[in-house]
Design a protein around this ligand. Structure first.
Ligand SMILES: [Fe+2]
Ligand SMILES: [Fe+2]
Length: 373
């Protein structure tokens, strides 16, 4: 597996449709691998100027080619700079017989590079589009890269507030959540954990490690989708307070002394307070930032909570967080193997919820069959 290339400023696919009900399903299928913008069905007189600032990587059409008005407006759209040069991919609603032949000819006449049946399964459609727009990448490469790029932007949006204050750009944070789920679902956890190193900052690496572990364990425990999303969002934001810890403490080789530990421990409260000031109201995100270092036996920090005082998802995040720290490689420490890391988690006894350590072990060591690449 080669080192993935992270394109944080990726272009978009323009989906031109004359049936918005179908368009949504197609946009969702393509959306696992790339940004999609949809235009139609009454796009005749629409101004597409707002799309011309970003790079259009391809145009996908889902129109009735026997409908003259649709073909005419498609031609108009394709006159826009950027869209003219992008590869055109056309979905044909009818591919058999003379009608199919006519559709094919009309699509070719407007410049279609490839034609696909509109009945193509979503995953195959996405793969065909990726194959045309990014011939050097597989669909799984694309999904994993997208996950790394979008979640990286999310962490960037979070850390920006640590330095600059103000409100957290929550849409950018939320836009980093589903791409992590897709990357784990299609590429697997092991690949994710091996790939986060493309970000060279330790806080990015760690936040993405914890988010990936959180996604894998949440999927493995069959959390409802909305709960998976909340859990991953909380993971992405759990350690933002570390942005205020001096680097000489954060990256110190060897053990911290008592004074340095006291400083390090402040990151939980600092992070929580930055989130509150930044406009975050989600209880799980706030609770996770403040309490992800609490231990069930009351030996954690900052509030020395015990047992029931610590919410279930926070206990689970704590386990993901410790595991991530153990398997991370740093200039001054080797990464632990998964077996060594679980040995340490299990040796912590009553500090951690054993059934949750088991759940993480199932997610990490025996990944569920993921969708075939
Ligand atoms: Fe932490
Ligand atoms: Fe952490």
């Amino acid at each position: 597996m080669g080192q993935p290339v992270i394109e944080t400023k990726e272009g978009y696919i323009l989906l031109v449709t004359d049936r918005l009900d179908r368009g949504e399903a197609v946009a969702e299928a393509l959306g696992i691998a790339m940004d999609v913008r949809v235009t139609g069905p009454d796009f005749y007189n629409q101004d597409h100027g707002d799309l011309s600032g970003d790079v259009c990587e391809g145009v996908v059409t889902d129109i009735a080619f026997n409908r003259e008005a649709s073909v005419k407006s498609l031609r108009q759209i394709l006159r826009n700079k950027g869209m003219r040069e992008a590869p055109l991919m056309s979905m044909l609603r009818k591919v058999d017989g003379s009608e199919g032949e006519n559709n094919f000819m009309r699509a070719k006449a407007v410049g279609a590079k490839i034609c696909l049946s509109a009945a193509t399964p979503p995953r195959k459609l996405a793969a065909a589009v990726v194959n045309t727009t990014h011939p050097d990448q597989s669909i799984v490469d694309r999904i994993v890269n997208r996950g790394l790029a979008k979640s990286g932007l999310a962490v960037g949006a979070i850390l920006k507030v640590v330095d600059a204050g103000g409100a957290i750009d929550l849409p950018t944070v939320d836009a980093g959540v589903d791409p992590v789920i897709n990357a784990i679902r299609h590429g697997g956890l092991a690949r994710w954990l091996d790939s986060v190193w493309v970000h060279d900052d330790t806080t990015y690496q760690h936040s993405l490690q914890v988010a990936g572990l959180a996604a894998a364990v949440a999927m493995n425990l069959h959390f409802p989708k909305a709960d998976q999303q909340r859990f991953i969002r909380a993971a992405l934001m759990h350690d933002l307070g570390k942005g205020r810890i001096p680097l000489k403490i954060l990256n110190k080789p060897g053990k911290l002394d008592d004074g340095e530990w006291a400083v390090m421990r402040t990151h939980a409260k600092i992070g929580h307070d930055i989130l509150v000031r930044g406009g975050v109201t989600d209880e799980l995100t706030l609770n996770t930032a403040l309490h992800h270092h609490e231990m069930l036996d009351g030996t954690g920090y900052p509030d020395r909570l015990r047992g029931d005082g610590i919410a279930d998802p926070v206990r689970l995040m704590t386990i993901c967080d410790i595991y991530a720290a153990l398997i991370e490689k740093r200039p001054y420490k080797d990464a632990k193997s998964p077996e060594e890391a679980f040995g340490i988690l299990y040796s912590m006894g009553d500090k951690l919820e054993r059934s949750m350590v088991d759940a993480l072990a199932r997610a990490v060591l025996k990944p569920e069959e993921r969708e075939a690449a």
